[in-house]
Write a protein that binds this ligand. Sequence first.
Ligand SMILES: Cc1cc2nc3c(=O)[nH]c(=O)nc-3n(C[C@H](O)[C@H](O)[C@H](O)COP(=O)(O)OP(=O)(O)OC[C@H]3O[C@@H](n4cnc5c(N)ncnc54)[C@H](O)[C@@H]3O)c2cc1C
Length: 573
Amino acid sequence: MSLNKKELSRTIQDEIEKETGEKATVSIEDSVVRLNGQFPSNQSVVDAGHIAAEFEQVRGVLNEIDYPGKKPFVPPQKVSDELAGKEFDVVIVGGGIIGVAIARELSQFNLSTAVIERHDDLGTDQTAHSNAMIHPAVVTKSGTLKWEMNYRGNPMYDEVASQLDVDLKRVGTLVVAENPDEELLFSYIEKMSIKHKDPAPKELDREELDRIEPRLAPNIRKGLLIRNTGIISPFELTIAYAENAMANGVQFFVNTSVIGVQTEEGSIKAVDTTRGTIRTHILINAAGLYADRIAEFAGDRFFTIHPRKGETIIFDKSYQPVRTVLASFSMAGEGSKYSKGGGIIPTIDGNLQFGPTAEEVCDREDVSTTFAGLEVLFDKFAPVLERLKPHYEKPDKSKIITHFAGCRAATYKEDFIIEPSNKVKGLVHVAGIQSPGLASAPAIAERVREIIVQEWHPAENAHFEPRRKRGKRFTELDQKEREELIRINPLYGHIVCRCENVSEGEIVDAFHRGIPIKSIDAIKRRARAGMGRCQGGFCMPRVLEIISGEANIEKELVTKSGGKSFILSERTK
Ligand SMILES: Cc1cc2nc3c(=O)[nH]c(=O)nc-3n(C[C@H](O)[C@H](O)[C@H](O)COP(=O)(O)OP(=O)(O)OC[C@H]3O[C@@H](n4cnc5c(N)ncnc54)[C@H](O)[C@@H]3O)c2cc1C
């Protein structure tokens, strides 16, 4: 039933009051609901946003309700004018996986393109905090844009990974039946997979199970393998996309925040950044957790991002009991309405991870890890793993080497927004890209390309080179290749990171691949130095020295992860 504006406002207000006990002021303009008021907690504000978004007639929700602890948005200050006078056909705000995938896609055309990233490196917000899964589409709600991008994006990864020389493993999600009743549920998953346009899953008997996931509990007789689940390194993928885009002419500006958007007669004219104003006529809003701010700067905000934090724990490589993303029916229903509930997931580098959690938080910058988060993850997944793999060493907290958190950029509609603005010509929104954004990235980039081509008809770049070659990895070479490499460049003979066996040659190589490096974490993301058991405890001083030498900066100015995260406070003897 379609309600008129007044009836819809009243119904939303009543529903919010019924569910939260609080009264919000509701107004509606162009099918966008604006909520105002004063509520007691962030969770009640988020609930109100979701209630309003549930109505089909509602295109988006602007949730302006105040609550104790709400943080005002303070845009960063301008620091210089060094980019003033620059002009590009396209400016992409945000150097996460989505921004770089779009940049590479658009580099197939004769368009001058720039990517503006506020951090000192690419892919450090949502992208770095993801669980690195190329999800099957069956985990997303069919009919949504999220689902469409997921089922289109997942298979595209075979070509993307091969062209960009990035490791991808199709490990699959293995759902095991712990009793005969659960075996009957496989047909439901099979039906759902087909409905979601995934390839048909494969039913496995015990013999096949032993080959794919050895040493399962004796009571497990059957399993169902959802074959298209993949794992990848989001760090490597982001850098690879960016390097390839750069080789095809895209320019990257890190440490640069967009702080304003200029329009003229309803069209994009320029972006104001912390390093000066850049002229452009196409602005792609791929700003993740701040996509609503960019939309506001441009005068077309119709959604609010509410950050949903997820914590993950990673175990040492010496403890890796799974080859697949291992799931049991007992884990079903563990997720909330808006998140998948996490899992037992291998990483491409051979670690085990448990995660992520899902918690609505007030602060988009909240990447704090909590003792409670660790306990929740361990208590949820360790018993399942112990039960499914009883002959394997028990999960042990002392094997956890790192614990991290990141926020998902969720809108209240809980769907992706990939569309040209209907108010500002030249503005394209790529917002609300929460999970499965990584799995969807190639399809999202393709969708943006279609929008740009339809509107601007750019000529093709005849020199577009889709392939990128990654640097040498010492651990992957055989003895003869190692000796040869060391003969040519002795730096490959100096092992800097003993946990991950990373040589100085690999670290130095990272500096010659185009994207500037100024932090310890930028090296960690590219060369894996510091990713292992000691988390950089031993190699950090040497990595710091290499950064200082290669980037030509004082040691005291080298940071852990950009901003003011300096490692050294002053010079000692
Ligand atoms: C805990 C967690 C687990 C996840 N697991 C998975 C998974 O396993 N599989 C999967 O498919 N997806 C997963 N996701 C989702 C996935 O990580 C995201 O969908 C994806 O990374 C979104 O990429 P993005 O480029 O849109 O956003 P981001 O990576 O957040 O990038 C946006 C960029 O914009 C920049 N920016 C913002 N404002 C400005 C400004 N004003 N000026 C300049 N730059 C700006 C930011 O600094 C940031 O780098 C997970 C997400 C989380 C949080």
